[in-house]
Design a protein around this ligand. Structure first.
Ligand SMILES: [Fe+2]
Length: 383
């Protein structure tokens, strides 16, 4: 439905309002839904609702509906108050069966190996992002669409990563602190702090909530090994749905336990490896073989689960899905930790030290920051 459509025909029954739009589409609105969405029942300042469903009549019956000057006026039987709804509002909130699109709708990329991180994803200089709100709006929008974006020129100071992170969202503190250092140590409590290569994974599925976005700042990049790997979990999951639908279904309905124990943390959470929205779209992937705890599965259920789990693991190992980049000193990458899997190639800390600093951002704060900036520009354009 186009956003410019106007009313061609308006009709009503006691329990329903119907609109035939001039662009040929039509919409239906239940009387109770309209009664539930009266503007007058919202606080004019905050926009929050002043009533809940128990305050409303169970079966409000529409007596009349008229259209005038872009507004539909509805009167109900036995109610003194009419309701007014703008056409624009009705169009925006109609249940027309289409998936709601936003500027932040993911643009999936499956074949990461064919992509060039420098060419195909959003990059910005840290100093430019600090000073240009329009650049930041664009960069954050690309981050949300692609699930990953990059900065360069981030100062190699303790605060560098936090100054950069503040341009995207709010840091969430964990038992690792507000920031953590990824470099090799003897007897690491997490294999991330070793020289080992790491396959594609998401971080910390044992937390509640799972870290939203991850930021990694290359303080000292390794010139030999230690390349960063990324894969689009949404695209790989959709590929799995198309190619191995039964295995995909098993992973969406099997709760997998994840746990982490250290001196100062005892963490446990259960979630499916592939998480869906109520309408069946992939909304998150959680894959971290280092922190999977024993599943409590009957022998009968174990076989299909392990088969599906192996299938997903094999897909994640396919080099064609891997975007590979050698970060340089001062580069920073930010990615959606519930969508974009990450890993690295092995390196030798004895030959070349490698030091990344990381932090997590709450997921909602990054979406909010991007939406606020976009609202600012919309308002400017409207005025
Ligand atoms: Fe990680």
């Amino acid at each position: 439905m186009s956003m410019q459509a106007t009313v061609k025909h308006l009709w009503s029954l006691p329990d329903m309002l119907g609109i035939e739009w001039t662009d040929g589409t039509s919409s239906e609105f239940a009387s109770l839904w309209l009664r539930d969405n009266l503007r007058e029942d919202r606080d004019p300042h905050s926009g929050q609702r002043l009533v809940d469903i128990a305050d409303l009549p169970e079966d409000p019956r529409i007596r009349s509906a008229t259209a005038q000057n872009g507004v539909i006026r509805v009167e109900w039987e036995n109610e003194p108050r009419p309701g007014s709804f703008t056409l624009q509002w009705l169009q925006a909130n109609a249940a027309d069966g289409s998936v709601r699109q936003s500027e932040f709708t993911p643009k999936r990329w499956l074949d990461g190996a064919r992509l060039d991180a420098a060419r195909d994803f959003a990059w910005a200089a840290f100093s430019d992002l600090q000073t240009s709100r329009s650049l930041r709006t664009h960069w954050l929008t690309r981050l949300l669409q692609d699930g990953i974006a990059f900065l360069n020129g981030v100062p190699a100071t303790d605060a560098g990563i936090l100054d950069a992170a503040a341009l995207a969202g709010r840091v969430s503190e964990t038992n690792y602190g507000r920031v953590y250092d990824v470099r090799s140590v003897p007897q690491p409590e997490n294999l991330a702090y070793s020289d080992l290569g790491l396959g594609l994974h998401t971080d910390n599925p044992y937390r509640e909530p799972v870290p939203g976005f991850q930021v990694l700042h290359a303080l000292i990049a390794s010139p030999d090994g230690g390349d960063s790997l990324f894969g689009d979990g949404f695209a790989i999951a959709e590929h799995m749905r198309a190619s191995f639908p039964d295995a995909f279904a098993v992973l969406t309905r099997t709760a997998v336990p994840f746990s982490y124990r250290s001196e100062n943390a005892e963490l446990y959470a259960e979630r499916p490896l592939i998480q869906l929205t109520c309408s069946g779209e992939v909304s998150a992937v959680h894959y971290n073989s280092r922190s999977i705890a024993p599943l409590r599965l009957s022998a009968r259920d174990a076989r299909p689960f392990y088969s599906a789990y192996r299938c997903f693991a094999a897909l994640l190992r396919e080099p064609r899905f891997h975007l590979q980049i050698s970060l340089r000193d001062g580069d920073l990458v930010i990615f959606d930790n519930q969508r974009t899997l990450h890993g690295r190639t092995a390196f030798s800390s004895a030959r070349h030290p490698r030091h990344l600093r990381g932090c997590y951002l709450t997921r909602d704060s990054v979406f909010s920051e991007a939406a606020l900036l976009r609202r600012e520009f919309r308002t400017e354009n409207d005025s």
